[in-house]
Design a protein around this ligand. Structure first.
Ligand SMILES: *[C@@H]1O[C@H](CO)[C@@H](O)[C@H](O)[C@H]1NC(C)=O
Ligand SMILES: *[C@@H]1O[C@H](CO)[C@@H](O)[C@H](O)[C@H]1NC(C)=O
Ligand SMILES: *[C@@H]1O[C@H](CO)[C@@H](O)[C@H](O)[C@H]1NC(C)=O
Ligand SMILES: *[C@@H]1O[C@H](CO)[C@@H](O)[C@H](O)[C@H]1NC(C)=O
Ligand SMILES: *[C@@H]1O[C@H](CO)[C@@H](O)[C@H](O)[C@H]1NC(C)=O
Ligand SMILES: *[C@@H]1O[C@H](CO)[C@@H](O)[C@H](O)[C@H]1NC(C)=O
Length: 433
């Protein structure tokens, strides 16, 4: 008997999606997954009201069990759901909260008000496989199924979902993509015929993390493993650079992002939105953003450290460890010699100024002092300065009297000498007399 005739779930998939869509709209803001990981919490939605008794039952192809019965607001759990189930007012109306979920909780949940049918929901329970992926790289999520080896291409049905969104769907030979996976995801029709439904995602981004499920056949049976938890980790890169080199960091389509630098402390380099980068002053002249990558030019030893690219949410995209070689001494040497040269020129300029100013007067003054000190051993500056003006008047004095050096002491001398001359003449005259 072909698998699509097997008594799979009822009602068929289409009906389930209609319900899902309805609930997704009704349960505004509350995530209602139709698939949960084993041991997680499941919310089975039913935003309805009931004035009578509420009854939730669980059905699989082989079983029909009581989940919860509420008579006049007093609820009793079914024996297989003891201490695991309750009505969730937060999810609205008569929604059912189931925690922790067991692997065999998968099946249909029906809600009744008295004997009136209210809600119906299919819960899937997975034991997902974990897959780690690195941002910017490709990743393959495994899924296998017992497919027909000779199936016609246009009879192939493959469905990959992430949480409640379609990633990729192959139906009647046509492939459709979910909005964020256009041209980024693929399955192989050739491998499908070997029972391999694995999904490859190219150029992984942080938003790709989540629970992925794979289905096949018109009945949307799930493959094995039925679900994959994709974990996305930051890209770690190491760069050995030389003085003056430039560094280009891929932003991997994330927008906006923050780029920070960790040397001794963490500082913001730039905040990037589209092709616009708002950078710290020390980086502003060195950064350009083109084609979703950031380039920092003119690396020096002070750029040795860690450049981290983060999303606004704090999600780390890449950790770039940079070493800039053979520059520490040269760099400092240049700075030091520039500083020395500057200091030297300052000193020279100072001396030149001083010398230039002195060259007009002080030379004469120094000479004068020298002459003076030899004359009377009194090298005070004041007489020297006065002496300058006296020197100008001295010709007048020397015209009056004889050839005397005009010092303050000798100023009285002409008078004395005239007296002396007189007395000599007189004494001479007396002598002679
Ligand atoms: C439940 O339905 C009512 C009325 O349709 C609506 O106002 C309310 O927001 C819904 N509650 C939730 C949690 O969706
Ligand atoms: C169910 O809800 C009631 C009232 O909100 C609470 O007292 C009770 O502990 C809950 N039971 C479980 C199993 O969560
Ligand atoms: C994924 O990464 C985590 C932590 O880095 C590690 O513990 C785990 O084993 C990895 N899983 C796989 C499947 O490689
Ligand atoms: C990812 O896959 C594409 C398409 O096959 C290939 O061009 C690219 O080099 C792959 N990238 C990596 C990082 O392997
Ligand atoms: C995902 O990666 C993070 C960081 O490496 C790690 O801490 C976490 O354990 C991983 N989760 C799984 C399920 O591998
Ligand atoms: C940006 O990327 C596009 C397509 O990859 C390429 O054609 C273009 O030359 C790039 N521009 C620069 C400035 O690198």
């Amino acid at each position: 008997m072909p698998f699509w005739h097997a008594p799979a779930r009822n009602p068929p998939g289409i009906h389930r999606y209609c319900l899902l869509l309805l609930f997704a709209i009704c349960l505004d803001g509350i995530l209602v997954p139709d698939a949960v990981k084993v041991r997680d919490t499941a919310i089975i939605p039913c935003n309805e009201t009931c004035n009578g008794d509420v009854f939730w039952e669980f059905t699989t192809k082989n079983e029909k069990l009581d989940v919860l019965q509420c008579v006049q607001r007093t609820c009793t759990e079914g024996v297989n759901f003891k201490n695991r189930v309750n009505l969730s007012e937060k999810a609205g109306g008569l929604s059912l909260k189931l925690s922790p979920v067991l692997y065999n909780d998968e099946g249909w949940y029906n809600a009744m008000c008295d004997s009136t049918f209210l809600c119906r929901f299919h819960l899937e329970v997975f034991v997902p496989t974990n897959v780690n992926a690195t941002i910017g790289r490709n990743v393959t999520l495994p899924c296998y199924a017992r497919t027909e080896k000779q199936i016609a291409d246009d009879a192939v049905n493959i469905l990959w979902k992430k949480d409640d969104q379609i990633v990729l769907q192959v139906k009647k030979g046509i492939t459709k993509y979910g909005s964020s996976f256009t041209d980024r995801a693929s399955v192989s029709l050739h491998l499908y015929k070997d029972g391999d439904l694995s999904l490859t995602i190219f150029w992984v981004t942080t938003s790709d993390k989540g629970l992925y499920r794979c289905y096949h056949s018109a009945e949307e049976e799930h493959g094995h493993p039925g679900a994959v938890t994709l974990n996305v980790t930051a890209l770690q890169k190491f760069y050995a650079k030389k003085f003056g080199d430039s560094l280009t960091l891929d932003l991997f389509g994330s927008d906006p992002v923050m780029v920070s630098f960790t040397g001794s402390t963490e500082t913001l380099v730039c905040s990037v939105s589209g092709n616009n980068a708002v950078c710290s002053p020390e980086y502003a002249n060195r950064v350009s953003v083109i084609n979703n990558s950031l380039t920092l030019i003119g690396l020096t030893s002070s750029d040795s450290g860690m450049f981290t690219v983060k999303e606004k949410t704090g999600e780390v995209i890449s950790i770039n460890t940079v070493t800039v070689e053979g520059v520490t001494q040269r760099h400092h040497y240049i700075a030091l010699s520039l500083l020395t040269a500057f200091a030297l020129s300052c000193i020279c300029l100072f001396f030149w100024c001083t010398c230039h100013r002195k060259s007009q007067a002080p030379e004469a003054r120094y000479n004068y002092n020298a002459a003076e000190s030899t004359a009377d051993k009194e090298p005070s500056r004041e007489p020297a300065c006065i002496g300058l003006s006296q020197q100008e008047t001295s010709p007048n004095i020397s015209e009056d009297s004889v050839i005397y050096i005009p010092t303050p002491i000798e100023e009285t001398m002409p008078m004395m000498t005239t007296e002396k001359q007189d007395s000599t003449v007189w004494s001479k005259g007396v002598e002679y007399l």
